[in-house]
Design a protein around this ligand. Structure first.
Ligand SMILES: Nc1ncnc2c1ncn2[C@@H]1O[C@H](COP(=O)(O)OP(=O)(O)OP(=O)(O)O)[C@@H](O)[C@H]1O
Ligand SMILES: [Mg+2]
Length: 410
């Protein structure tokens, strides 16, 4: 019988193949590490130049002359989720110093934007993104919320994060923007998400008759909406009716409770006021008393509505105090969104912090908004797009809650 030699020194049958495989993998790993090292060196140099370029640096006088110190580049991370690197802040520096130059720094590095994540101690992570989430339109997903305390989508922020808001959380919503800047589209999106919720009633006044009105025929919400500009007294009456309902709720508040929790029997009442300054102007032109009646009803809804599960969504081209019922009325909005507006209008609704963004935002594309809300300071976002009026009509007619007779009525 022929004996096979025992090739113990080479590892037995197939060992050469395995050895080759291991060598190839090691070579591949070395190539990757080398590419990573080169890219890291490249970005380190670019980061230094970019920081110097935008003035994010300190000049230090040493014996050899003047040297420039920039926030120190740590290590690069190339993950499937994105590119990022660590940076040590300058002495006395804060993450906001980098954020203030975010767009310019990102562009110098060849990216569309960046976001800062604080790490331990003086270190932060600079996360880079290749596409600008604000630059592209995106469709509103076909999802609806079932409850008032479920979050609805407001938009997508510059870092790609989704920004949501639960209607049940305290706070009225103010939306301003010039003609054609995206206010109504945002509202189409909000109402399309809320229309099926069992504990939300969509009410209000809309002189344009597009956001509310006809579209809602056959739904539980339609009886609570007044549209058109022919009968302005009907708007005033309707707002008074809402105030009466709110008062009844406040009077009937159970003991040891200071606010109404939205339920199917006591729904959250969303009062939509589309183009509210237009309604006020039209009322003023007709009868000063009528305008005063409308203003005082809205003021009451704004100041006391929160406790009675009433929320106001007011839309205006510009939130000038005398156009929206006074500075007091304007101060009642916790969630404020500005689509394209002149720089002074932006500062008027969002405060002086928004001023640096004024000139850029004055030319923002439709659908891009600036948001101030609890937990969201100075955030820019792109609102989702329902796809035009026809799509809004389809969603409402297919999804909106039908009347079933169990509703509370004042
Ligand atoms: N989120 C968005 N994404 C993409 N396009 C948008 C978006 N929002 C608005 N647009 C575009 O801008 C147009 C005008 O938007 P919209 O009707 O909402 O403006 P508006 O602010 O309500 O204006 P007006 O003051 O005239 O009522 C839309 O028809 C649409 O083409
Ligand atoms: Mg509009």
């Amino acid at each position: 019988m022929r004996r096979h030699p025992v090739r113990w020194h080479t590892g037995g049958p197939g060992a050469a193949q395995r050895l080759l495989g291991r060598l190839r993998a090691r070579l591949e790993e070395q190539r990757r590490a080398e590419a990573h090292r080169l890219l890291e060196a490249d970005l380190r140099g670019l980061w230094r130049e970019a920081c110097t370029g935008v003035g994010l640096c300190q000049h230090i006088d040493v014996a050899a002359g003047l040297t420039v110190r920039t926030p120190r580049f740590g290590a690069l991370r190339l993950a499937p989720t994105g590119t990022s690197f660590t940076v040590e802040l300058l002495p006395g520096g804060e993450p906001t110093d980098i954020e203030a130059h975010a767009a310019r720094l990102a562009h110098s590095l060849g990216f569309a934007g960046l976001r800062i994540q604080p790490l331990a101690g003086r270190w932060v992570r600079v996360v880079l993104f290749e596409i600008d989430p604000l630059a592209s339109t995106y469709r509103l997903p076909r999802t609806v919320t079932g409850r008032a305390d479920d979050a609805v989508l407001l938009g997508r922020a510059e870092d790609g994060a989704l920004i949501e808001h639960a209607l049940a959380s305290p706070g009225h919503l103010a939306v301003q923007g010039q003609n054609g800047s995206g206010k109504t589209q945002l509202s189409y999106g909000l109402l399309a998400q809320l229309c099926a919720a069992g504990d939300v009633l969509i009410t209000g006044s809309d002189i344009t008759g597009l956001l509310l009105g006809r579209v809602w025929n056959g739904t539980a919400h339609r009886d609570w909406q007044v549209t058109g500009s022919r009968d302005l007294a009907a708007h005033a009456e309707h707002l008074d009716r809402l105030v009466t309902w709110m008062d009844q709720r406040l009077d009937a508040m159970p003991p040891r409770q200071d606010s109404v929790t939205p339920t199917v029997q006591t729904p959250l009442v969303l009062v939509v006021l589309e183009e509210f300054p237009g309604l006020l102007r039209a009322a003023q032109a007709k009868d000063k008393k009528l305008a005063e009646r409308i203003t005082s009803a809205v003021l009451r809804l704004l100041s006391e509505g929160r406790k009675a599960a009433f929320r106001v969504l007011m839309l205006a081209q510009r939130f000038e105090a005398n156009a929206v019922g006074g500075g007091y009325a304007r101060d009642q909005f916790a969630v404020r969104l500005s689509f394209r507006v002149p720089a002074d209008s932006l500062a008027m609704l969002h405060g002086d912090d928004a001023r640096p963004l004024g000139p850029e935002h004055a030319n923002a594309a439709p659908g891009i908004a600036y948001l101030s809300a609890p937990g969201h300071d100075c955030t820019r976002l792109r609102a989702p797009y329902v796809g035009g009026y026809g799509h809004f009509c389809d969603r409402i007619s297919q999804l909106a809650r039908r009347a079933d007779g169990t509703e509370e009525t004042p």
